[in-house]
Design a binder for this molecule. Structure first.
Ligand SMILES: *Cc1c(COP(=O)(O)O)cnc(C)c1O
Length: 232
């Protein structure tokens, strides 16, 4: 086994144990939490190594890099976790497993329109700026509530849930509150009579994934914790 593969495997084993322990402290069923490996900072050899270790879901934050890599490894499931410009929707939709980062009604409507044209039914998550940090992309909770009836009119996509990023350097209580609030907002939106089920909560990154799982995350997006000591 190469050094990269061995180190990556050690990291992956440890992360999966930590995920399972956190899952045990949550109300989630076994296997309810998906690991999304975020590969935006690592070279292709690291993606190869992940795939060799059985990781099939990978996330990129830049549409251009996602497209290049998805063309190279179409067998993997590619997730977009960063901002999507409206003029990239047409190129991205056919390649994508899940878009985590839909941050406006305009973008959602564009996705719906292109999906109809291409006869696709993309799965999407709505990104919510729960903490109210001005630098963050995403819907404000209030504007998402307000836009909900309009959002439900999009017929050519599958609304699957919500995504958030916790603020950097948040205190432990603040962090937990962000994840709990996203879950509560999801529950509230889902209770609207015309809503589809919204099973997915994409929340938790390298520094906070255990708290996110305790609060109900179904997808954790992990980058740096997977690649520690890998010399990439
Ligand atoms: C980069 C990124 C991650 C992974 O971050 P790490 O802290 O390296 O785990 C997760 N989600 C989004 C949206 C990102 O941009």
């Amino acid at each position: 086994m190469s050094t990269l593969l061995a180190r990556l495997k050690a990291n992956l084993d440890s992360v999966q144990q930590r995920m399972e322990a956190a899952r045990g402290r949550s109300s989630l069923a076994a296997d309810a939490v998906q690991l999304l490996a975020v590969t935006k900072y690592v070279p292709l050899e690291a993606v190869e190594a992940l795939a060799e270790l059985g990781i099939t879901h990978v996330g990129e934050s830049r549409p251009q890099q996602l497209l290049e890599r998805a063309a190279w490894r179409p067998d993997l499931h590619w997730h977009l976790i960063g901002h999507l410009q409206r003029n990239k929707v047409r190129a991205v939709l056919p390649q994508i497993e899940l878009i985590h980062s839909v941050d406006s009604v305009r973008l959602l409507k564009r996705i719906d329109e292109i999906a109809a044209e291409l006869a696709l039914r993309p799965r999407v998550l709505l990104e919510v700026n729960v903490s109210g940090e001005t630098v963050k992309d995403g819907f404000e909770p209030g504007s998402l509530r307000e836009a909900w009836p309009e959002i439900l009119q999009c017929q050519h996509l599958e609304l699957a849930g919500c995504m958030t990023m916790a603020p950097h350097h948040a205190s432990a209580e603040n962090l937990r509150a962000v994840f709990r609030n996203l879950r509560a907002l999801r529950d509230e939106l889902q209770s609207h009579p015309a809503s589809p089920p919204l099973p997915e909560l994409s929340m938790g990154m390298s520094d906070d994934f255990e708290v996110a799982i305790e609060e109900g995350a179904t997808i954790v997006r992990l980058g740096s914790v997977l690649f520690e000591n890998c010399d990439l």
